[in-house]
Design a protein around this ligand. Structure first.
Ligand SMILES: NC(=O)c1ccc[n+]([C@@H]2O[C@H](COP(=O)([O-])OP(=O)(O)OC[C@H]3O[C@@H](n4cnc5c(N)ncnc54)[C@H](O)[C@@H]3O)[C@@H](O)[C@H]2O)c1
Length: 293
């Protein structure tokens, strides 16, 4: 089992990859962040830099200062952004590789296979898929025992959870290594066996679509349903506001996917389909269950 993590390769420097790179760097690891072209690599670097700097400013009484700049420089000196997966350099190999490219099984499989052949000695390979089957991705790999789902949450630096998803072939050693890494990152994990929607999306979507059905049936307003869950059940945010933040189109896609895998209890409500068809996608379009300025 891997206990000490000193270096990682992260593939994909978008919303999630840049957040994951940030927390790895803040935990002392050396990071290579891989993108598809120079423009995206630069944008990933800028996102990580902004994240690292704003965290330091926040921790430093919300003041920019020479100390903040120095500390940011030290952290960022351990970050390399580049195009293409780097070949191993002498005995160097990453302690873990995290794949966080587009949510497409074929794209992910291509990347994961290349990682396996580039680093035959790397014992932990993780995917940040939010919905694809770990067993499906593992079936295309030479060493599925080393492969695990590490489902990070957005925004990564502020979320305390990492959902670990073990496939049929994932070894106990890989699970323990991933759990050790979560500790290094100062986060907490839950362990789930590969299943559609894992644990979090499966339960989260049920709450979300039931709340939408209640709006549809006129049971209560969106505001009151949300207030009920926030005040009565201590949820940090109501299910309808959360749906607006995630995006109604994303929620619809997850709901349809889970309906196809788990049955009609996950069928999307008519109101959700109508709102997506009208372009009311939530915060990103300015209107969902709430108006967003
Ligand atoms: N956004 C979320 O809220 C969220 C939450 C949890 C998990 N996820 C999962 O994380 C993954 C990434 O999502 P995201 O929101 O960061 O997407 P994104 O589109 O912001 O980023 C994906 C990045 O991968 C890069 N990429 C694609 N193919 C590549 C390749 N072959 N080599 C190197 N880079 C490549 C793209 O250029 C892009 O920058 C997906 O699997 C998604 O389901 C997303």
């Amino acid at each position: 089992m891997q206990k000490n993590f000193e270096s990682a390769v992260i593939i994909g420097g978008g919303t999630m990859g840049s957040g994951i790179a940030q927390i790895f760097l803040e935990s002392g690891l050396e990071i290579v962040l891989v993108e598809m072209d120079e423009r995206r690599a630069q944008s990933a670097y800028d996102q990580v830099k902004a994240g690292v700097t704003s965290r330091l400013i926040y921790e430093n009484n919300r003041q920019q200062s020479p100390e903040v700049q120095k500390a940011a420089g030290e952290i960022l000196s351990r970050l390399t952004t580049r195009v293409g997966i780097p070949s191993p350099n002498g005995p160097w190999r990453p302690d873990i590789v995290v794949e966080t490219v587009y949510e497409d099984a074929d794209v992910k499989s291509r990347v994961l296979k290349e990682v396996e052949s580039t680093y035959p000695d790397c014992s932990l390979l993780a995917t940040n898929t939010s919905s694809l089957s770990i067993d499906l991705l593992a079936s295309r790999l030479a060493r599925p025992q080393n492969f695990i789902g590490m489902h990070f949450f957005n925004p990564v630096p502020r979320s305390s959870l990492i959902e670990l998803v073990a496939g049929r072939e994932t070894s106990d050693e890989s699970v323990e290594s991933a759990q050790a890494l979560v500790e290094v990152l100062g986060k907490e994990s839950i362990l789930v066996h590969d299943s559609p929607g894992f644990a979090t999306s499966r339960l989260g979507i049920i709450l979300g679509i039931e709340a939408i059905r209640m709006v549809e049936e006129g049971v209560a307003s969106a505001e009151d349903i949300d207030r009920g869950m926030v005040l009565g059940y201590k949820h940090p945010i109501g299910p309808l506001k959360l749906t607006d933040l995630v995006g109604l189109d994303i929620r619809l896609a997850i709901s349809e996917y889970l309906e196809s895998k788990l049955g009609p209890r996950f069928a999307p409500p008519e109101l959700l389909k109508e709102m997506v068809a009208r372009g009311d996608l939530g915060k990103k379009s300015g209107k969902g269950f709430y108006e967003w300025k």
